[in-house]
Design a protein around this ligand. Structure first.
Ligand code: HPA
Length: 274
């Protein structure tokens, strides 16, 4: 089922009525275990997803399912504490629905964060990665279906989904903050099962450095509607088959908790420079 312009507009209008004259600039999607940054927003206006018409609920663990509007590092932000995933049963269009609503509300930047498996064997779990590009070619596009020209063109260019200016800004920021930052390609797998060792070897052969179950759909949609995008990944675990141990959600959440300060420090410092 296609989401309609009327639905996007009605979601945006319901939020606008709560925001008064506050206009957000930067939308942020906080991934697994990283949602705490949303609690640090100043002068917050909190809106539960379930109180917004046509919004979907976020059922993933560690995802609160609400929007936080306010200021962070001097920027007017709209923080999604919790995202929607395809594995929860949502279509890709539904997964990225909120991004378009935030665009209608005035956001021109999207900062996406996630936890992902580390495919690159030169790297270690616990490190941070700047997403330079993504691969999402084995599942359909969130733009499938009737194109809504209010958002963008039918066949959008995808040469720079992750905005070069923001890549440079993140590199400089990480250097200034002395936070080691890897750079690589995020490979989208739709889950919810973690990948097999054979799949991870395939991902590596195809050029992926990190593997995860989120982010890529929202980024396609954000780029389509003209937003600048910055993506940061916590490499929460070595991907399947690299170490002789099974993967677990607990490992991901523990890694996210351990990296929380470093990760939110980097995001905050990037925001400050935007
Ligand atoms: N695979 C897919 N998604 C993930 C992983 C992983 O290893 N770790 C955290 N999210």
């Amino acid at each position: 089922m296609d989401c309609t312009m009327e639905q996007y507009r009605s979601s945006a209008q319901a939020i606008r009525e709560r925001l008064g004259d506050f206009t957000p600039k930067a939308a942020m999607v906080l991934g697994s275990g990283l949602g705490a940054l949303g609690d640090e927003v100043e002068n917050p206006i909190l809106i539960d997803y379930r109180d917004i018409p046509y919004f979907k609920a976020s059922t993933a663990p560690g995802h609160k399912g609400r929007l936080v509007f306010g200021e962070l590092e001097g920027q007017k932000v709209a923080v999604m504490q919790g995202r929607m995933h395809h594995y929860e049963g949502y279509s890709y269009e539904e997964v990225s629905y909120a991004v378009r609503v935030l665009r209608l509300l005035g956001c021109d930047t999207l900062i996406v964060t996630n936890a992902a498996g580390c495919v690159n064997t030169q790297w270690k779990a616990g490190e941070l990665m700047l997403i330079t590009d993504q691969i999402k070619m084995f599942s359909e596009s969130p733009l499938r279906g009737e194109n809504l020209p209010e958002f963008g063109v039918r066949f959008p260019d995808a040469s720079h989904l992750y905005t070069p200016r923001l890549l440079e800004l993140a590199r400089e920021t990480a250097k200034e903050q002395n936070i080691p930052l890897r750079e690589g390609v995020y490979f989208y797998c739709y889950g919810p099962q973690y990948e097999t060792p054979a799949e991870i070897r395939a991902v590596r052969a195809l050029g992926g450095d990190a593997v995860g179950m989120s982010t890529a759909p929202e980024v396609v949609v954000a780029s389509h509607c003209g937003m600048e995008v910055l993506g940061l990944t916590l490499l929460s675990n070595m991907a399947a088959g690299i170490l002789d141990q099974p993967l677990s959600e607990q490992e991901v959440l523990d890694a996210a908790a351990a990296a929380k300060e470093k990760f939110s420090g980097l995001v905050r410092a990037c925001l400050r420079k935007m």
